[in-house]
Each structure stands twice: as structure tokens, then as C-alpha cells.
Design a binder for this molecule. Structure first.
Ligand SMILES: Nc1ccn([C@@H]2O[C@H](COP(=O)(O)OP(=O)(O)OP(=O)(O)O)[C@@H](O)[C@H]2O)c(=O)n1
Ligand SMILES: O=P(O)(O)OC[C@@H](O)[C@@H](O)[C@@H](O)CO
Length: 445
């Protein structure tokens, strides 16, 4: 089998000229793997008192979806994380099961939490060691990530650094610079001393540990640690002598603590989703008709968003994906002519899923099917085109929203211009709305 000249990890099918899946650690496609087993525990067993709401904050809606579902999804899309243990209060188990079912979350193991965060985390760890108690078949990981379920904005890059650092150092944790100076007060409520801010950091999540290290620390914990402690890194230092490696994370690491955080999270997500809809790339092969349509779209869509046309000869898909990923295009219009075989669009979706593009925000892929054959109306191809629904369902798991848009290629110029205007209207709306419910639908321009 011929191998890809740009990517020795990949083979090319001589018949279809389509590449096989990327190999492990293939930087060309952005897919990552780590050389040791990793799992994650998401403590979600709190009551969220500081939020002052009847519903615990992890289950509060955030952009019409429970906050915890975003956090779980951020980990589901990372292929080197083998298991996701979600720790919830006993009274929330059924609610959590409903969320898992509604949003088709995978690789989830539910565990009942404890009265405090440390007790919940320890319960989450026990699922890997007390299989008879927890009736689980989970394999103990070498490295365990611990991440508050109320921190939805977590990215693969940071998780990879934290997990790798934990493997090397025994423990690792994300930090952020202090915003305010920390001062100590006297019993009378007066200033006692002020800490030198440059020497301190805010401890955030994710954190990661050699599983045996954090487990031993919890086995030695005092009741006081379990009741009042908030810092896992301190436990492994105190009980195992492990000095955690500290890694500064991005500003989006913050945790939802008070009601205002939910609003600011929505605002930050809404403002980002506005910016997500401002640029798109139109990908075509080298067929003249597709290139012509692409340039018409570029000109007509210019009033709504910045468009780049990428005409990719067969065999150049990898560099095309690198181009899309490096320029952070999260709106892709893919033009195919007369071809109802969805293999190309499937390959494109798979390659996008291997990049970090869809981790936080959905990527929109619109398959524009240009039908030139007057003798072959769409109705003849509806079965093949209908397959887009299954493709879209699978793509949604990767936070990629796939839509179909059918265009007949009329000879008449006026009708052609009308068709182009309709493609722009529909594509512009799909990009702006990013409506997951419409994914897999076929629109006709
Ligand atoms: N007994 C507990 C308490 C907290 N947590 C989880 O630990 C994370 C961080 O804790 P925190 O922000 O303190 O959550 P709450 O305890 O719910 O908040 P509050 O202190 O306002 O009650 C949250 O995902 C929370 O659900 C947990 O799993 N079990
Ligand atoms: O919200 P609190 O500050 O009480 O607790 C923070 C903890 O949940 C935890 O996220 C950090 O201590 C980092 O380990």
C-alpha cells in the first residue's frame, strides 16, 4: 500500500486515493495519543450553596444545556482518555443518567459522591480499585486527571501537558496568576501582613496525579483534611512528598462559583459564537463548476462573512486540513459536483474531528451538492444523500454539525444567480445559528 508522501504514518488507497486513518501521534492530522493509560474523575457532587439556587450549579442550564454536559463533552472528544468517572450526589443520580442519555455521552461511569469534595473525589478513585464494591470493570489508569465538573472550558492541549507532567513528577496542576494581592488579617480584623504576590498563584483545575500517589494520599488523609481541605496538590505533598509541577493555564480555566459566573460564561460563549460566524472557507476539488460556484459564494457572502476558497487537488486533503486548523476555520462549505458518495465528506469530518477545532465550539460543515446532470434529478439520489443524516449523527459526537444543501445547476444565468443567492442565504443562516437540531437535514437552494 502506497504511503502518504507528506505523512509516513498514513497509507493511501490506490483505488480511491483516499488516505487511511492517521496513525498514533500523527502531528500531520493533529490526532494525539499518550503512551500511558489516563482516566478522569469529575467531582460533581456538590450543592452549589454559593450560587443560591435550588438546582446544584453543575446541573444549571448554560446556553440551553446543563453545564456538566459541556464539561463531559470536552473530555469525551479526547481519545486518549479511557474512562470518565462522574461523581454525583445520590439524589442526583437519576438526573445525571437522564443527561447522559439525552446528550448521548459515552465512556461514563457514575459514582455516588460524599459530604465534601475530597470525599467525592476519593469515591471516584475507588471505582478503579474496589471493583467488587463498585461492580465496575474499569482498568486502573497510570495517571488520573481530577477536574471540577463546573469548569466547562478545558482544552486538550492543557490536559496533555498536565497529564504528561503528572507522569514525570507524580502530580501536576493548572494555575492562574493572582488577580488581587493576598493579605493576612489579625483576630481584630486588621491587616497582619501582605503576601508578595509574584511568589503566589491561584490553584485551578485540571490537576493530574500518578494514580497510586493520589490514592495513597487519600488513604492517609485525616478527617480534618476530608472535611475542610480544598487542595489535592497539598495532600500528595503532605502524605507522599510529591511536589506537583505547576502549569499556567488560559484565562478560560475559571470555575462557576457564583450566579454571575453563569452569565459571564454565557456572554463569553455568545460573544465567541458571534465571532465563530464571521469567517468560512469554501473547499472544492478542481472541477471548474465547483470552483466557479465557490467564487460566486465568496463574492456574495462577503457582506456577511470573510470567505476563503480552497481548491484542493485530490491527495492534498492533509494540507487542506492543516490550513483549516491553523486558520481556525469553524465554518466549512464543501462543494461536490454530481457525486452522491459521501466518502469525501466523511473523511473531511473525521480529519476535523482529529484537530482541536471542535473542542470548545461546534464546527459547521455544509456539504453543497451541485447537481449538473439534468437527466438525474435529486430524487434519484435521495437514498445516498439521505445517508447524510447518519453521518451527521456521528459527527455531532465530535461537536461537528453537518448539513446538506442541494443545488441544481441551471443553464439559465438568472436562475443560476438565484440559486447562488439561495445557497448564501441558507449557508449564512446555518453558520450563524449553528443549530444542532437541524444537523443532518438536506436543504434545497
Ligand atoms: N461534596 C461535594 C462538594 C463539591 N463537589 C464538587 O466539587 C467541585 C468544586 O466544588 P465547589 O465549587 O465548592 O462546589 P459546591 O460545593 O457545590 O459549591 P458551594 O461550595 O458553593 O456549595 C464541583 O464540581 C462540585 O460539584 C463534589 O463533588 N462533592
Ligand atoms: O471553590 P473553592 O475555592 O472553595 O474550591 C476550589 C476547589 O474546588 C479547587 O478547584 C481548587 O482548590 C483547586 O484545587
Amino acid at each position: 500500500m502506497e504511503t502518504d508522501r507528506k505523512c509516513p504514518h498514513r497509507a493511501i488507497n490506490p483505488a480511491t486515493r483516499i488516505r487511511t486513518d492517521p496513525a498514533l501521534n500523527c502531528s500531520c492530522t493533529g490526532s494525539r495519543m499518550v503512551g500511558f493509560p489516563v482516566a478522569v474523575v469529575l467531582p460533581a457532587g456538590g450543592s452549589g450553596e454559593r450560587m443560591g439556587l435550588s438546582t446544584p450549579k453543575q446541573f444549571c442550564d448554560f446556553l440551553d444545556r446543563p453545564l456538566i454536559s459541556f464539561t463531559i463533552e470536552a473530555f469525551e472528544r479526547i481519545n486518549w482518555i479511557q474512562n470518565i468517572v462522574v461523581v454525583v450526589a445520590k439524589e442526583c443520580i437519576d438526573l445525571m443518567k437522564t443527561i447522559i442519555h439525552k446528550y448521548s455521552h459515552k465512556r461514563i461511569t457514575l459514582v455516588i459522591g460524599g459530604q465534601t469534595r475530597h470525599r467525592s473525589i476519593f469515591n471516584g478513585l475507588k471505582v478503579f480499585t474496589d471493583s467488587q464494591v463498585y461492580d465496575s470493570k474499569l482498568t486502573k489508569p497510570e495517571v488520573i486527571i481530577i477536574h471540577d465538573a463546573v469548569r466547562p472550558f478545558v482544552e486538550e492541549d492543557l490536559l496533555l501537558k498536565i497529564a504528561t507532567a503528572a507522569k514525570d513528577h507524580g502530580a501536576a496542576g493548572a494555575t492562574r496568576p493572582l488577580v488581587s494581592t493576598v493579605i493576612a488579617t489579625t483576630s481584630e480584623g486588621c491587616l497582619d501582613s501582605s503576601l508578595e504576590r509574584a511568589k503566589y498563584r491561584a490553584s485551578e483545575m485540571p490537576q493530574a496525579f500518578l494514580f497510586d500517589t493520589i490514592y495513597q494520599a487519600y488513604q492517609q488523609c485525616s478527617d480534618c483534611d476530608f472535611e475542610y481541605g480544598t487542595e489535592c496538590l497539598q495532600l500528595v505533598l503532605q502524605y507522599c512528598g510529591s511536589k506537583a509541577k505547576l502549569i499556567e493555564g488560559p484565562p478560560t480555566l475559571w470555575k462557576v462559583k457564583f450566579k454571575v459566573f453563569l452569565t459571564s460564561a454565557e456572554l463569553s460563549k455568545c460573544s465567541v459564537s458571534e465571532s465563530l460566524s464571521q469567517k468560512a472557507c469554501v473547499i472544492t476539488g478542481v472541477q471548474q463548476d465547483a470552483v466557479q460556484l465557490a467564487h460566486c459564494l465568496e463574492k456574495t457572502l462577503l457582506t456577511q462573512l470573510m470567505v476563503e476558497v480552497i481548491s484542493t487537488p485530490v491527495g492534498e486533503e492533509v494540507s487542506c486540513i492543516q490550513n483549516i486548523s491553523s486558520k481556525e476555520y469553524r465554518n466549512i462549505i464543501y462543494v461536490i459536483v454530481n457525486d452522491t458518495d459521501l466518502q469525501e465528506i466523511k473523511q473531511l469530518v473525521e480529519s476535523i474531528g482529529n484537530t482541536s477545532l471542535p473542542i470548545l465550539y461546534p464546527v459547521v460543515v455544509i456539504m453543497v451538492h451541485l447537481n449538473k446532470s439534468e437527466s438525474m434529478p435529486f430524487s434519484n439520489n435521495m437514498d445516498e444523500l439521505g445517508a447524510i443524516r447518519l453521518l451527521a449523527k456521528e459527527a455531532k459526537q465530535k461537536n461537528i454539525l453537518v448539513y446538506g444543501l442541494l443545488v441544481n445547476y441551471p443553464k439559465d444565468t438568472e436562475k443560476w444567480n438565484d440559486a447562488v443567492a439561495n445557497v448564501c442565504l441558507i449557508a449564512g443562516t446555518l453558520i450563524k445559528d449553528r443549530n444542532a437540531v437541524l444537523a443532518g437535514q438536506l436543504f434545497v437552494a
